[in-house]
Design a protein around this ligand. Structure first.
Ligand code: PEP
Length: 251
């Protein structure tokens, strides 16, 4: 079922106490409001269990920002999808451009992570998007199609229907440069079209496709008004209730 979603990605910010305070303050700000979207926060691993145990899951869903591409075993420093699920988190952000760029995550690795997330009843928020050179060279549709096809098109229709996609043009992440509403809609419609070609229109119509990249209180309403933009993945602006709440309320 297609849903409107606003998901925060805290990245590597906030110690445990600060994270608990931010989650608690956000919950207090959302309490009693009638929202037109689901709200998710993506916290560092060490926050997951405490934050998930503190907040009301009916108000805020909790996401990890990554999980391992192996189920268990001698992989020092890694955190498995099963471990994430055991904290009470229900989502996992996978394939964020920072993971792809700094930690060498390929579509093949991400495919394994998606399967493990699904096997542990986590909803993957699967990030895709082109870098500036690719857009300038007119290759952005090809890049995005390859990321979707290689990362996700091995899934059964039933599993694909559980995926949330986040289109995040890399040149817009943390740069203050947002895709225009036309650029966002054009790419979201393209993503939905390739999903429809693979899995059929009705499944494609049910997939939530979020936009990410310098989304803020000033541009969220215009971006979310596009027919194929079902919400946002929010980095910097998710680190304060003051900045995050107006984005949630943009629906
Ligand atoms: C992100 O990291 O997913 C993101 C969209 O960051 P920002 O909102 O800061 O551009």
């Amino acid at each position: 079922m297609r849903k409107n979603i606003v998901a925060g990605n805290w990245k590597m910010n906030n110690n445990l106490q600060e994270g608990i305070a931010l989650a608690t303050d956000l919950q207090a700000a959302l309490q009693g409001k009638t929202l037109q979207c689901d709200v998710i926060i993506g916290t560092p691993f060490i926050h997951l269990a405490t934050v998930a145990g503190t907040i009301d899951p009916r108000l805020i869903g909790v996401a990890a920002q990554n999980c391992a591409d192996r189920a268990s075993g001698a992989f020092t420093g890694e955190v498995s999808a099963a471990m994430v699920a055991s904290t009470g988190a229900k989502y996992v952000i996978l394939g964020h451009s920072e993971r792809r760029t700094y930690y060498g995550e390929t579509n093949a690795i991400l495919k394994e992570k998606v399967l493990l997330a699904l096997a542990n009843d986590l909803t993957p928020i699967f990030c895709i998007g082109e870098v500036l050179d690719e857009r300038n060279a007119g290759k952005h549709f090809d890049v995005v199609e390859k990321q979707v096809a290689e990362g996700l098109f091995g899934l059964s229709p039933a599993d694909f229907a559980k995926i949330v996609i986040a289109y995040e043009p890399v040149w817009a992440i943390g740069t203050g440069k947002t895709a225009t509403t036309e650029q966002a809609q054009e790419m979201h419609a393209f993503i939905r079209k390739i999903i429809a070609e693979k899995y059929g229109q009705s499944l494609a119509d049910g997939v939530s496709i979020l936009y990410g990249g310098s989304c803020n209180a000033g541009n969220a309403k215009e971006l979310f008004a596009n027919p194929d933009v079902d919400g946002g993945l929010i980095g910097g602006a998710s680190l304060s209730v003051e900045k995050f709440l107006p984005i949630v309320e943009a629906f």
